[in-house]
Design a protein around this ligand. Sequence first.
Ligand SMILES: Cc1cc2nc3c(=O)[nH]c(=O)nc-3n(C[C@H](O)[C@H](O)[C@H](O)COP(=O)(O)OP(=O)(O)OC[C@H]3O[C@@H](n4cnc5c(N)ncnc54)[C@H](O)[C@@H]3O)c2cc1C
Length: 854
Amino acid sequence: MKSHAKAVVIGGGVVGCSVLYHLARAGWSDVMLIERSELTSGSSWHAAGGFHTLNGDPNVARLQAYTVQLYREIEELSGQPCGLHLTGGVMLADSPERMDFLRLAHAKGRYLGMETELITPSEAKSMFPLMDERHFVGAMWDPVEGHLDPSGTTHAYAKAARKLGAEIVLRNRVTELTQAIDGTWKVVTEQGTVEAEHVVNCGGLWAREVGRMAGLELPLLAMEHMYLLTEPMPEVEAFNRETGREMIGVIDFKGEIYTRQERNGILLGTYEKAARPWSPRETPWDFGHELLEPDIDRIAPSLEVGFRHFPALENAGIKQVINGPFTFAPDGNPLVGPVQGLTNYWVACAVMAGFSQGGGVGLALANWMVEGDPGFDVWGMDVARFGEWASLRYTNAKVRENYSRRFSIRFPNEELPAARPAQTTPLYDIMLRDNNAVMGDSWGLETPLWFAPEGTEPKDIVSFHRSNDFAPVGQEVRAVRESVGITEIANFAKYEISGTGARAFLDHLMTNRLPKPGRIVLTPMLNEFGRLIGDFTIANRGPKDGADRFMVWGSSAAQIYHMRWFEKHLPRDGTVHLHRFDQTLVGLSLAGPKSRAVLEKCVDVDISKDAFRFMDFREMAVAGAPCMVNRLTYTGDLGYEIWMPPAYQRLVYAALKEAGAEFGIVDFGMRALLSMRLEKNFPTWFRELRPIYGPFEGAMERFVKLDKGDFIGREAAKREEREGPRLRRVSFIVEAEDADVMGDEPIWAKVGDQDFGTVEPPHGYGAPRFDAQGVETTTTGNGIVDSDWRVVGWVTSGGYAHSVEKSMAQGYVPAALSQDESAGLFEIEILGRRRPARIAVAPPFDCEGRRMRA
Ligand SMILES: Cc1cc2nc3c(=O)[nH]c(=O)nc-3n(C[C@H](O)[C@H](O)[C@H](O)COP(=O)(O)OP(=O)(O)OC[C@H]3O[C@@H](n4cnc5c(N)ncnc54)[C@H](O)[C@@H]3O)c2cc1C
């Protein structure tokens, strides 16, 4: 074993081998993989080997499609067969809601270039005759599904990596990780120590233990998972004989079952409700190639449904039941990327579907390590999406919930209950008890979503359509627009960046000029490739002891992601102090034409129009409590964001409510806030603004000062300006009926074969999405084939804009179309039906921004 390597990958399961292969393929041949036992000694050896492309997150779906494409490449390079069976598969819908879910998945697939198809139950039965079609209302066919040989595939990655120069060391456990002052990792193993620039935790079932070696508690948990294999079935043999084909894979959501053919019988696995964690605190090092005791009683309810839906199975003999553990993160997606707070410690773990996702995970991580950027949108699996609240217990509750809901529908207005409440503000009980709030989980923090009318149960009726929150949210919006409302905004990220180097540091990171003392600016942040990686509100607090002090507000969910970036660029000379407040600073937003009148009653300073102007920042006592006040709100109305230590929040809230009583002040929630931002065409971070767009594509040029001096991403932004953005963020007014867009819907345009040039799909992988040859002539939602219509873009978010009474959407379209407000040019596909849509270049509400400046 050599003593130095550029990178050491810990763990030889399918994920570690994929990471090793991709690193070597990207040109890092000085890499080694260290495996405790033999390759596949964790979850990988007993996997059912199924692969598919569908995933709730389109980015992860795309990554799964890449993984499947990759198998031929590694087979060729390694000479090792992966045992691929590309059978295709169907997902069966037993209810109209499930059919809506499939329509949505099918529509998302359109702009990702997936070739799914919605089919009838009898069409599904012709491919899988074991089913009783009377239990189903429809299905979705996906040709890119199948199964493979898990061990062969892992070895194919390993052999291919070796051919490219990578080293693999077996039967050698990593026991310790330490980092020297210069950043070099010392990887202590049973066979000696290796010094490495980078370490990658691909420890699978032991990823927590490998995390703990570096002081991390990674949010992942192993669950027991069972599948059974039947004896040969005459029905299967007859089908193979008659058609010359293998049976397809099937997912039956109702039964929480997946099936496929295995030899002459069937393999059937379940994601049962009575999910059981395995080794919840520690994974024993002596666990290896062994299985867990099967527990048929636990999966009996699923089997009962399965036997009803697929009657032939009831008479089939069971040859073997496999029960093995594999790991999940709280939301079921992988944990990938560099870990905040550490240098060159990378993770690729909690990959619950290694044979669907392993290739994409390896590619993303290798790009990230070698190029400094994953190359496409990996937020859905970025390890930075979890905060410190994702503790061992939180993870345990969430993973169990996620596992047991794996085949349940997640509605767009659905908040999941496990591990809640985690964090609460001092207003929590007031919101719940006095105000009848429906609360949601915002990055681990309880946040009011909307307020149910008195005497009604504060609960969402989950649906893909408009639901019971529609009217109350409308009332909240109208009350703000007509008078005044108040909401909690503790769920923003807040930082203070101070010190003698603070100005230079921020100036180098942000695209806008920094504000003068007492002023505020909005500013995007770019990476070196000129892509949007942040969107902040920055206020200048004024100097103290000769050092600048800036308050910075951003997206709550991106706190760790942004801290990772800030820390990477922080000067080492101690001239910049970076502080993340988390919930030690909480906020209230007061908005509406009467908001000044309300605030005036609670302060002892002049806040008149000219004394406290739009985009001013001031420290002042509100109801006697020391607060920081920003004169702006996300509602786009006259308003204030008021920030205070939590101990004062009840006092300030009570005072503002009392002062607002004469104006009929209302509480409003996040949904009303998001509705109001829609009619102002304001973007949101992680929906409209993501690391796949440039600032000109995102229509953020107002905040990009290319002439202010150097900043990260400036050259790329200049190029984007010079060449012109290929895509452009736009707002649409949609002729929706009883359902608004949810995000990720395809945008159609009547453009014939007009060529917009080759544009990378939003989620990477380089396949042209709408070049002239790729004209879509797909069957439309209402059954018409119309070759003039093509999918030209995708929706990022939307909903109902209550005060202008319009259904709205935001999304990206080719720049050439972005100013065209003609009726009849666009349609947006909502739940399988294409709705006319028209671009709104100017915001429908207060397009000149007079209200904010009032
Ligand atoms: C019953 C069952 C059915 C499944 N079916 C499917 C399926 O159909 N399709 C699908 O895609 N996925 C399936 N999976 C999940 C799949 O097995 C996992 O997604 C995949 O195996 C994860 O691979 P990994 O490399 O991350 O982890 P692992 O396979 O657990 O590999 C981790 C490796 O790291 C090594 N290691 C850990 N710590 C150290 C250390 N300190 N030093 C050296 N080496 C170390 C271990 O020995 C192990 O070999 C199934 C899982 C189970 C249990």
